[in-house]
Design a protein around this ligand. Structure first.
Ligand code: BMA
Length: 822
């Protein structure tokens, strides 16, 4: 088998006249930008000026050389790993393909159309918007939701409530020629059949495309130590879909999420030799484990919990969206960073949300390695899709390919049909607002059932029988009582319903798969779209970078409840982040303390695809908002929780450990002078995987006896081997605190990978934030409190020199109305 990469020397036609160099993989927006034909699409309100790009058709071409050796091969395929989206492909002037699905791979037998020497490959991309306009006129009934429903293309490209509308077109994955004689290996899959202490049985499925019958043999070797697992003979038969074999791994080391153990991967080297002398070598990093989603009737309703190797685990994580509006802009380093961020935040799952893309291989490989589970949505979101034969066939092919591509990854925990399609149809009143007739409603719902209740689950059952399928997330909409007693829930009463964050205390579902609050990104990210002289509330660019219809008003609504009054941009950035941390932090605490009733907490949303004010906890440049720093603590293997509700303050310690932990539990009030009043202190054993309620305090009494505007409450669990878990909370709204004037000092010194900042203060300083004015950075700790005399050394991960950091460093804290001096 020979592969010839065709990614170099492409060009695209601009204005019907001139050809410009193009990147493959790439897309029209990035090609226009790199050729300086458009301004930065993310800057200012440029998005609105650049809509014409998505309304046009675009032609790409390339000349490639074919030598005689290739033409001598029996089979020559032209392969596109990804085309975005509606495109006619011509080889030497002959149309060989019309592709119409961004999520599929396209292969064309092209030998008869190739010639020795130069060949011309041309692709004419049709505007996905125009395609929608045309296709929707032919629909028998209206499809509510959005313009993405007729295109098997990333839905967020059409604009989302956190993302711009950039309707891209282009070759977004590699292109190559593949040629071979007689036989090619098309697929190699491993499945864990069963596991005992002594051995694991692995089933191997090998698929070939073959011109005739042949004898063959396969060897499976452990690449890291040369150990031979099996050597078996088999027959290749062109009429059989695949060959199935089994082998054993003795004393298997299991794959665990990072919180429960080691995500151990076997480096299987699989060597296949055929009678006619062909050799195939494949490497699969395989994790031996079982994963189940258990949904069993119980006294509350129905459980919704994951069992990894039989162990129930509380899911800690977030919803993940594509990292860039232009998918090819996300490089390997960005995947390393985001999965690394999830790992260092003590997460064990990411949900790949259905309005984006099936992520690239590297994303899943990194999740395998870092012990992060993946909840994988199929790419359908928030709209009703067609159900005709052509659409169903297109989807079936996509689903088949994606399952086959991803099923070897131990990280994949669940297949989910779509994001909020079921919920939308039943709760978003489309039937009334769009005046859809009963007959059309029936047709729309049967299309839904065809795709999500029949077609996709049928393919999952056939191709990946050990993994479960959930037809839609959430199982019930948040307006329904059942959303709290069974299934997963997207609880949006807070934010969308403008309920106070304390509502999270009452709304505890079985598994919280979405909940969120917006906050502004860090200043250096705002700089990406506006210059310093535009830093006013709310400048035009700030408005263009807020996609929720009442985004800033809703943030203000939450700030008002905390008596926070931002006057300028820096105030708003800081206060909105504080508010987000408080609300989402509270929900996580509540969800975790409700174990085993609630078995998961995935906040909306981990990341962004451009610089924007959104629900993300990590902005588009990788800067962590306050929430993300807090999450690390709240998702730690042990969490201390302090929740005030209904006149009581409850302290709990929640364990995600596999073993019981002995230690000392303490609860105190600490005032801003660092004087302590002990409320509780005892030796305790915290049971593995359980929540332990430590103490319930009378909030009224605490208030009557203390000036809570000058103190915070602190809960600590210190294990007998010295690990400390701490939670500190103000019991008064932020704006009602009586903070002293504070002066913060700092010094910057060199450290490996960045620098160390030593900070100290002359008085209690609340939630001290460190950031760089013009550069992106990650801090080892942030938004922490300092008492007078404390000195903290904070690592700052940056490429800047200590001198530059000294210049760039900005501090913000809750006492800021008092002038901070160096
Ligand atoms: C959710 C998501 C997204 C959306 C978010 C915030 O329910 O599934 O569609 O961006 O809410 O509104």
């Amino acid at each position: 088998m020979q592969s010839i990469l065709l990614t170099q020397n492409w060009e695209f036609l601009y204005d019907g006249k001139k050809w410009y160099p193009a990147d493959v993989p790439g897309c029209i927006h990035t090609d226009l930008l790199k050729n300086k034909l458009i301004p930065d699409p993310f800057y200012g309100c440029n998005e609105y000026e650049l809509q014409w790009i998505g309304e046009r058709n675009w032609t790409y071409r390339k000349v490639f050389h074919v030598d005689r050796q290739i033409l001598k091969k029996q089979h020559v395929l032209l392969v596109f790993d990804g085309l975005d989206t509606f495109v006619s492909v011509y080889v030497n002037g002959k149309k060989l393909l019309y592709a119409r699905n961004m999520f599929r791979k396209w292969e064309i037998y092209c030998k008869d159309y190739l010639q020795h020497g130069d060949n011309l490959l041309e692709l004419v991309f049709e505007s996905a918007l125009n395609n929608y306009q045309k296709a929707s006129e032919e629909l028998e009934y209206p499809l509510p939701g959005g313009k993405w429903v007729l295109a098997r293309k990333a839905a967020y490209h059409f604009g989302w409530d956190w993302g711009p509308c950039f309707i891209t077109a282009g070759i977004w994955q590699p292109v190559y020629l593949k040629c071979w004689d007689n036989l090619r290996l098309t697929d190699l899959q491993l499945f864990t059949r069963n596991i005992s202490d002594q051995q694991a049985t692995i089933r191997m499925q090998i698929s070939f495309q073959s011109d005739g019958k042949e004898n063959a043999s396969v060897r499976v070797i452990n690449k890291s130590n040369g150990e031979l697992f099996t050597e078996q003979a088999f027959q290749i038969d062109p009429s059989a879909e695949m060959v199935e074999l089994e082998f054993q791994v003795a004393d298997p080391v299991l794959w665990w999420t990072n919180d429960l153990g080691e995500p151990y991967l076997y480096d299987f080297q699989i060597e296949i030799a055929t009678g006619s002398g062909q050799l195939f070598n494949r490497q699969i990093a395989f994790g031996i484990r079982t994963i189940q989603l258990e949904r069993k009737k119980d006294t509350v309703g129905e459980s919704f919990r994951f069992l990894l190797n039989g162990v129930p685990l509380f899911i800690k994580g977030a919803n993940y969206i594509p990292q860039h509006s232009f998918v090819t802009e996300t490089d390997d380093e960005a995947y390393e960073k985001i999965t690394g961020d999830a790992l260092r935040s003590n997460m064990n799952m990411l949900r790949v949300w259905g309005g984006g893309i099936y992520e690239k291989d590297i994303f899943y490989a990194l999740c395998d390695r870092k012990g992060l589970l993946v909840w994988q949505d199929f790419m359908f979101a928030c709209a009703m899709y067609p159900g005709d034969d052509a659409f169903a066939e297109n989807v079936a092919q996509e689903v088949r390919e994606q399952i086959k591509r991803l099923r070897n990854h131990p990280c994949i925990a669940l297949w989910c049909g779509n994001n909020e399609v079921d919920e939308a149809w039943h709760n978003w009143q489309w039937q009334e607002t769009m005046n859809i007739s009963e007959k059309d409603c029936d047709a729309i719902w049967s299309a839904y059932q065809r795709i999500f209740h029949q077609l996709i689950p049928g393919l999952v059952a056939k191709l990946d029988p050990d993994r479960q399928y959930l037809s839609s997330s959430p199982v019930h909409g948040w307006g329904h009582e059942e959303s709290m007693t069974e299934g997963d829930a997207h609880y949006w009463g807070v934010w969308w319903g403008l309920k106070p964050v304390e509502n999270y205390i009452e709304k505890v579902p079985r598994f919280m798969s979405e909940f969120g609050l917006q906050a502004m990104p860090t200043l250096s990210t705002i700089r990406q779209f506006q210059d310093e002289d535009q830093d006013t509330l709310f400048s035009k660019p700030l408005q263009c970078h807020q996609k929720h219809p009442t985004g800033y008003e809703s943030i203000q609504n939450y700030l008002d409840r905390e008596f926070l009054e931002p006057e300028k941009l820096e105030d708003y950035i800081y206060m909105s982040q504080l508010m987000q941390m408080k609300g989402i932090g509270l929900a996580i605490e509540v969800n975790r303390t409700a174990i085993p009733r609630c078995m998961g907490s995935l906040y909306w949303q981990l990341n962004d695809c451009w610089p924007v004010t959104s629900w993300s906890a990590i902005d588009a440049n990788g800067n962590w908002k306050a929430l993300q720093y807090a999450v690390r603590n709240l998702f730690d293997d042990v969490m201390v929780s302090l929740i005030e509700y209904d006149g009581r303050v409850t302290m709990s310690v929640v364990s995600g450990l596999l073993k019981d932990a002995d230690g000392v539990v303490e609860c105190s009030l600490v005032d801003f002078n660092n004087d302590r009043i002990s409320l509780f202190g005892e030796k305790m054993t915290i049971r593995a995987g359980k929540a332990c309620q430590v103490i319930v305090l009378d909030a009224g009494k605490l208030r009557a006896e203390n000036d809570l505007s000058r103190m915070l409450i602190e809960g600590v669990f210190e294990t007998s081997d010295g690990k400390r878990y701490v939670n500190q909370k103000f019991l008064e709204p932020y704006g009602k605190l009586n903070l002293p004037p504070a002066k913060v000092k700092w010094k910057v010194r060199k450290a490996e990978g960045g620098c160390t900042i030593d900070v100290s203060a002359n008085a209690f300083t609340g939630h001290l934030q460190l950031y760089l004015a013009h550069a992106h950075a990650w801090f080892g700790e942030n938004f922490f409190h300092l008492w007078a005399g404390d000195e903290k050394s904070v690592f700052c991960q940056t490429g800047l020199s200590p001198d530059a950091v000294e210049q760039e460093l900005r501090l913000y804290h809750m006492n800021i109305h008092q002038k901070t001096e160096k």
